[in-house]
Ligand binder design. Structure first.
Ligand code: AMP
Ligand code: ZN
Length: 501
């Protein structure tokens, strides 16, 4: 029996607005798509929250036994900033600013994105398709939508005909908006004259010859519309209908709504069974975004140079911070929250080290209550994660497990009072959840080993000082370390342990 059968998964489906039992189309296979970055600048911490959320979804699905094909795209074809298919092309703008080719910009920031993912232990997807690698398929999809009567051409641009579409299908279901509201919302927007209807959106946009990135098409030179690449790449690699599509909440409308309309317009079938939207990372309650000027770059965190930071934070402390809230809640960024996360992260990693050193000593007198409790904690890890990927509650269970580990370490309980099967399940679940599911790892193994070595050396010198009755020196070592945040813990026979605050 697979773990996903033992602990059935439920997902809050943004399309129905309900928490639903997850039933993949072809188990054990799962097809999952999430919107990747537009590679025209460095990703900020807000973007990273969303990538971390879907990384954990991918990790957990894999952990419970599904065979996941995970596609996350790279948007490397510039699209225009508004829905009408007008405004600036950010990649092009950046290329002019840095005096580089658009493909050099794309290369530079794709590399930087991969580097950041590596540092945050965000796994690569199984397919990472690019928009520029799928221009042919995008043109084919536009042709199909025109053929089916849901798009029209004006001056070399192709627009999706929302009115025509609504004669047969629904539009606005995902975002819960109705056509009248949408008409109101778009009427005031800039130049709309080309379109039959203000809510129509560009699926192919004609551009002038001085636009650097452009491709030939049956309608002249142009660029694909903003929403088209995800419809094309999702269905190309995962099928006309696939299991999960994720992205940030801010992409629900228009991006994902239009994606549904395009796929239905082309193939007559709704493309996604479970839509998942992660909530925003905020700063003082406001969405973190580059344009608001309140964004943090990963490197500003690691070196503590951002004006709002009181110190530097490690990548894993930040990852832990992101996991502390459920993905559907907003998460507010602050020094206090990060400091707390840093402590929580260290506590878990210390427990992991301790657990790794344990060996089952053989069975002694069984403590039935404890044995049952540990088995319940193992099940609780799966139950909380299978309940809509609740990382916040799962971390609480892992902390409960940490207390039990520390009980064994201090001798409050002895390992031989539990069954060997319980011991093995407890150990592999704790390690598996921290490393595989949450993706937490030692920040920098070399540094922490070195630090541990130096502290152990000072502990040794202090022990010798005490034996020599040099209490001034032994106290100085203890006090100086404490001032640096290293608390020595004295046992009966000299110092046996320390804790980094
Ligand atoms: P972009 O490169 O702008 O297309 O954004 C990449 C991803 O980051 C999208 O899924 C966005 O929804 C997400 N995103 C942008 N800002 C935030 C934020 N402040 N918090 C969480 N996710 C965000
Ligand atoms: Zn997308």
């Amino acid at each position: 029996m697979e773990l996903y059968e033992k602990y059935p998964l439920s997902i809050s489906n943004s399309l129905s607005g309900k928490k639903e039992k997850f039933e993949p189309l072809n188990p054990p296979f799962v097809g999952m798509y999430s919107c990747g970055p537009t590679v025209y600048n460095e990703v900020h911490l807000g973007n990273l929250r969303t990538f971390t959320v879907f990384d954990v979804v991918f990790r957990y699905l894999t952990h419970v036994g599904y065979n996941v094909r995970y596609a996350r795209n790279i948007t490397d074809a510039g699209h225009l900033t508004n829905d009408a298919g007008e405004g600036v092309d950010r990649i092009e703008e950046r290329a002019r600013l840095e005096q580089l080719e658009p493909m050099e910009i794309v290369q530079k920031y794709t590399f930087s994105f991969h580097e950041v993912c590596r540092i945050f232990n965000i796994l690569p997807p199984t397919i990472e398709p690019t928009a520029t690698g799928h221009i042919v398929e995008q043109i084919e999809m536009v042709k199909k939508i025109i053929e089916n009567g849901y798009a029209y051409e004006v001056n070399g641009s192709i627009y999706f005909d929302v009115n025509k579409f609504t004669e047969k299908y629904k539009y606005g279901e995902l975002s819960g908006r109705n056509i009248e509201e949408l008409m109101e919302g778009t009427r005031a927007l800039d130049r709309q004259d080309e379109k039959r209807n203000p809510i129509d959106f560009a699926i192919w946009k004609a551009v002038s010859p001085n636009h650097i990135q452009r491709w030939p098409s049956p309608w002249g030179e142009g660029i694909p519309g903003w929403h088209l690449e995800c419809s094309v790449m999702g269905t190309k690699y995962l099928g006309k209908q696939f299991d999960i599509h994720g992205g940030g909440m801010d992409l629900k409308f228009p991006h994902h709504e239009c994606e549904i309309a395009q796929s239905v317009g082309a193939y007559g079938i709704t493309p996604v069974r479970y839509w998942m939207h992660s909530n925003m990372l905020t700063v003082n309650g406001e969405k973190m975004s580059k344009s608001k000027g309140n964004s943090f770059l990963p490197r500003e965190l690691f070196n503590g140079t951002h004006p709002l930071l009181t110190k530097a934070y490690s990548p894993m402390a930040v990852r832990f911070f992101m996991l502390q809230s459920h993905y559907s809640s907003t998460l507010d960024f602050s020094n206090e929250a990060l400091s707390a996360a840093e402590k929580g992260y260290r506590k878990l990693m210390n427990a992991l080290d301790t657990l790794n050193e344990f060996k089952y000593p053989g069975k002694g007198k069984l403590n039935e209550n404890l044995n049952t409790e540990l088995n319940k904690l193992v099940a609780a890890c799966y139950q909380t994660m299978s309940d809509d990927f609740n990382t916040a509650k799962t971390l609480a269970v892992l902390f409960e497990m940490t207390s039990r580990i520390n009980d064994f370490k201090s001798g409050n309980h002895s390992l031989d009072s539990i069954e060997e099967t319980t011991y093995n399940a407890f150990k592999s679940t704790f390690i598996g959840f921290i490393q595989e599911v949450m993706g937490l790892q030692e920040d920098n193994v070399q540094d922490s080993d070195l630090l541990d070595g130096i502290i152990q050396m000072l502990i040794g010198i202090r022990k010798k000082a005490r034996e020599d009755k040099n209490f001034a020196l032994s106290d100085k070592i203890r006090d100086d370390l404490k001032a640096m945040g290293v608390q020595l813990k004295d046992g009966k026979d000299g110092t046996i342990d320390y804790e980094i605050e």
